[in-house]
Design a protein. Structure first.
Length: 170
């Protein structure tokens, strides 16, 4: 009697691959991709926006704070040695000016034109034309257009205005 053995995986001397190996490899690839994506997201989150974008954001926050009569929001980006209009106003006096304007008017309007930013070494100079309005009714009782030039520097990682000049344009 001759017994014939069939060559099957059960009788083979080769190591068997698990039938689950392919899905495991796929899961491992997905895990690696997710880990790489998470690392890239962390790196992107740590990246700071360019200086000009951060400065523009600071200027926008000041305008929004002025409209809301938020004295702290207006004075927060001003440096401790802020000089307004060549000695006319310091940081505290500018905050008081916002308070007085708010007491006189129910609403404050701030409309900014385009902001021009010029780099001067580590510092920046921003120029903008701003229309300020105040009133309590449908139309403002008072309005003024001002050309403002402000000088900014980085302090503790944030842009702070250390000097500003303004003149009435109309």
């Amino acid at each position: 009697m001759i017994i014939k053995l069939e060559h099957t995986a059960a009788y083979s001397s080769k190591p068997r691959r698990s039938e689950d190996a392919a899905p495991r490899r796929g899961l491992e690839r997905v895990r690696r991709l997710l880990a790489a994506a998470a690392m890239l997201a962390c790196l992107a989150g740590c990246h700071r926006p360019p200086d000009e974008a951060r400065l523009r954001a600071a200027i926008d926050r000041v305008a929004q704070a002025a409209e809301a009569a938020d004295v702290g929001g207006v004075t927060a980006p001003l440096s401790e040695d802020f000089d307004g209009n060549h000695g006319e106003l310091d940081r505290r006096a500018l905050g008081n000016l916002v308070r007085v304007f708010r007491l006189r008017h129910e609403r404050i309007g701030v409309t900014m034109g385009p902001v021009e930013i010029e780099a001067r070494g580590e510092r920046r100079v921003a120029r903008v034309t701003v229309t300020l309005t105040g009133g309590g009714g449908l139309l403002p009782d008072q309005a003024g257009i001002y050309r403002i030039e402000s000088a900014w520097r980085v302090e503790d990682g944030d842009w702070h205005c250390y000097a500003a000049t303004w003149e009435r344009a109309m």
